[in-house]
Design a protein around this ligand. Structure first.
Ligand SMILES: Nc1ncnc2c1ncn2[C@@H]1O[C@H](COP(=O)(O)OP(=O)(O)OP(=O)(O)O)[C@@H](O)[C@H]1O
Ligand SMILES: [Mg+2]
Length: 358
């Protein structure tokens, strides 16, 4: 029997300080030996968003303790680990540098291989922690900084089918929560208060719904929410109605755009039955999960979500991507630097800014 690879993963790209120890198992998924996540929600709450310098300082204060905890819980000592993976981008450079530096240092003094992981590849491969999924599969990545449809052809091989041309979906949730004063972090707050509202009360725009293939746009929807939020003031019931209408509109947009992405995936891969993987922080939203599940029967596709604990940022997905890359000899030198921008498909057109033709 071949040796099972064990990796230490480190994640500090935004506001979660995380470390995990992961081992491959016999069914080609992961044994989670430890998964420690320290969220900075309390630090950023009063600002209603992530403050980079505060985040970097909190990472610095916590990282050694978090890594030690992950090692202790795993009952594995550093000498028995096969390699170290740390997020190298995309994200806030001041934050990324904390995890990347300590990861490289551990690799240097233990003389172990090091993998600098693309955070988005971490999300993209995250369902593999729990379920073996054959390549290629269709990925809908919905997170705080990204919203994209991609063909995941293999580890390190991605083809972008569509992307947001303005805000990321997580950002739209966060801003909606802020405009309605529903609390922080915004996504879970909108989901919670939507349950108390009437989703058909407000008719909100669905930007570029009938054009631009499976590219997406949320800026016009956000502006419409702002306009209505100003009109309704402090009336709670109307706030809940607006939150519910926003989430309902998102569901309608995702349903339509995902159907287009599925057709594009089938055309490009000639695959009739497909797996649709929905990953990233927003994939924790139960209403979105239920909505996209309804696509499966109609489109011969199986919708796969990571467990909720692996949707938001975590180091298990970074260690897992590290193992997958290591097995393909995609290891990095210790002089690797952090990157703020790092698309999964380097050939995808840049879809933001003035002059964009749709
Ligand atoms: N239940 C939920 N409903 C909607 N959005 C949610 C929910 N839970 C979390 N989110 C959103 O997910 C986002 C965080 O996801 P994630 O941690 O993957 O983003 P990020 O790491 O900051 O960005 P990226 O992965 O693009 O670099 C936030 O915008 C948050 O509001
Ligand atoms: Mg993320």
């Amino acid at each position: 029997m071949s040796k099972k690879i064990t990796f230490l993963g480190i994640e500090t790209s935004c506001d979660e300080t995380a470390a995990a120890v992961i081992r491959e198992n016999d069914i080609e998924t992961a044994e989670i030996l430890s998964n420690v996540v320290s969220s900075q929600v309390e630090e950023h709450k009063r600002f209603g968003g992530v403050v980079p310098e505060l985040a970097a300082r909190a990472h610095l204060e916590n990282i050694e303790f978090i890594i030690q905890q992950a090692l202790n819980q795993s009952k594995i000592s550093l000498k028995d680990i096969d390699g170290i993976a740390a997020t190298a981008g995309p994200g806030l450079i001041v934050c990324l540098s904390v995890g990347l530096n300590i990861g490289r240092s551990i690799a240097a003094f233990t003389n172990k291989p090091f993998v600098g992981v693309n955070h988005l590849e971490g999300h993209a491969l995250s369902p593999g922690l729990e379920k073996k999924i054959e390549f290629p599969y269709l990925l809908l990545l919905i997170s705080g900084g990204h919203t994209q449809y991609l063909i995941v052809k293999d580890v390190n091989e991605y083809q972008q089918l569509g992307t947001t041309i303005d805000d990321a979906l997580g950002e739209a949730f966060d801003k909606t929560a802020k405009m309605l004063d529903l609390g922080y972090p915004g996504g879970p707050a909108v989901e919670k208060f939507s349950k108390l509202g009437d989703k058909n009360y407000f008719i909100l725009p669905e930007p570029i719904i009938n054009k631009a293939g499976c590219n997406l746009s949320f800026a016009g929807l956000k502006t419409a929410v702002l306009r209505e939020a100003k009109k309704i003031g402090d009336e709670k019931k109307l706030k809940y109605n607006l939150a519910a209408s926003f989430q309902h509109t998102i569901n309608k947009i995702l349903l339509k755009k995902t159907e287009i992405a599925i057709q594009e995936f089938k055309r490009k891969t000639n695959k009739k039955n497909l797996h649709l993987v929905v990953a990233g922080g927003v994939a924790a939203n139960l209403s979105i999960r239920e909505n996209l599940k309804n696509l499966s029967k109609k489109n011969n596709c199986i919708v796969v979500y990571p467990s909720q604990k692996f949707c938001g940022d975590n180091a298990s997905m970074i260690a897992w991507a590290g193992i997958k890359r290591f097995k393909k000899n995609l290891v990095d030198n210790l002089d690797i630097v952090a990157k703020s921008r790092w698309p999964l498909d380097a050939n995808a057109p840049y879809m933001k800014g003035p002059g964009l033709k749709l």
